[in-house]
Write a protein that binds this ligand. Structure first.
Ligand SMILES: Nc1ncnc2c1ncn2[C@@H]1O[C@H](COP(=O)(O)OP(=O)(O)OP(=O)(O)O)[C@@H](O)[C@H]1O
Ligand SMILES: [Mg+2]
Length: 339
């Protein structure tokens, strides 16, 4: 990270701890993090580490504790219990140091609607102790990176939701933080802007450590190197999107289309050894069946021989894994959930 001479004084004295030979490998360390707003914990005994340069996704349904965790990581709210360090600094004891190193896009961006984009960014830069040429050149940079060129003189109150979100990202990266914490960065914006925002985050993630939250599975699996699934204040799974899909799968399934009377095909498929669940999915002109079985088995040979020996035709047969959506539901749906 380039720090111009005029700004050294604000950053240098305390920075020693994070730049010496013992520089921590991990950028963020969360230990036994617990937070109560009332009698029930919003997050409880949460532990995880974010490596320098990593893009980590928090995935969880509404109320899971994503925003709570992010507000604590960024030093905006102290936890009830547990510790968090960012770049080696404790987020409670050294919250100013932490805020210098972190750019935060909160869930609802508190933008000043009566300011223009440029004047707002200037104001945010000043709040963070940036001055003179540096703030000016950084504003030019972030306006460019966030593709806000045509709106630099527009009042924020007149911007669409997607462009406000870009201004939110612009203010988060203004002071060249080492860590970016983005709370639902693509929520409420149109599909084209979603695509652009995702690629912007990936670009930023090449240089910085990024933690983002989402409840959209394909989004985290597309952007993130590692995913934490958080549910009711607990981390219920943590892995790469691919490993998560494989590890949690456990069950394999085949989609089979058979030309034959369903009343006979269905019992035949159910009789195949290893099939745990067979369902019939009639579609116009074709009878499809879904055959679930334990992972590691392969029922294709057996099924095709049985179909042919009955004189029916095998129109298609395809292996299909469980989608991340299904895994997400499986991991986050408890038995007493009714929906
Ligand atoms: N300021 C607050 N006061 C009281 N309870 C709160 C407050 N903020 C959050 N909570 C509660 O804490 C729990 C976790 O909320 P949090 O906002 O962290 O979830 P989230 O995962 O960000 O959800 P969402 O996807 O809806 O943004 C919820 O039960 C919520 O009702
Ligand atoms: Mg939230």
């Amino acid at each position: 990270m380039a720090i111009e001479a005029e700004n050294r004084s604000e950053i240098e004295p305390e920075h020693v701890a994070a730049t010496d030979a013992n520089e921590p490998e991990a950028m963020i360390e969360v230990r036994d993090l617990t937070h109560y707003y009332g009698p029930m914990p919003a997050v409880e005994n949460v532990n995880f580490t974010v490596q320098r340069g990593e893009i980590l996704g928090f995935l969880g349904p509404n109320g899971a504790g994503k925003t709570t965790t992010m507000r604590i990581l960024t030093g905006f709210m102290p936890p009830t219990r547990g510790t968090v360090t960012l770049g080696g600094y404790d987020v409670v004891e050294k919250s100013l140091e932490v805020r210098k190193r972190v750019g935060y896009l909160p869930e609802s961006v508190p933008l000043h609607t009566e300011m223009t984009v440029t004047s707002y960014l200037k104001y945010m830069g000043t709040l963070r102790g940036m001055r003179g040429r540096r703030v000016k050149s950084r504003i030019d940079d972030v306006i460019d990176v966030c593709r806000l060129e045509d709106y630099s003189k527009t009042l924020i109150g007149k911007l669409s939701k997607g462009f406000r979100q870009r201004v939110g990202i612009a203010q988060a990266i203004l002071h060249e933080p080492e860590v970016l914490v983005l709370d639902e960065p693509t929520i409420g914006i149109d599909p084209i802007q979603v695509v652009e925002t995702r690629s912007l985050i990936q670009e930023l993630g090449q240089e910085q450590t990024v933690v983002l939250s989402s409840h959209i599975l394909p989004e985290v699996s597309m952007i993130c190197e590692r995913v934490l699934i958080i549910h009711e204040g607990h981390i219920v799974a943590a892995d790469t999107p691919n490993n998560l899909a494989q590890h949690l799968r456990g069950v394999a399934q085949l989609e089979v289309e058979v030309g034959g009377p369903p009343a006979e095909v269905l019992p035949m498929l159910r009789g195949i050894e290893g099939a745990t669940e067979v369902t019939h999915h009639p579609r116009p002109g074709v009878n499809a069946y879904r055959v679930k079985f334990r992972e590691g088995l392969d029922l294709r040979d057996e099924i095709s021989r049985s179909v042919v020996s009955n004189g029916w035709s095998l129109l298609s047969m395809q292996m299909s894994g469980m989608s991340l959506e299904e895994i997400f539901l499986r991991v986050t749906t408890s038995e007493d959930d009714t929906e």
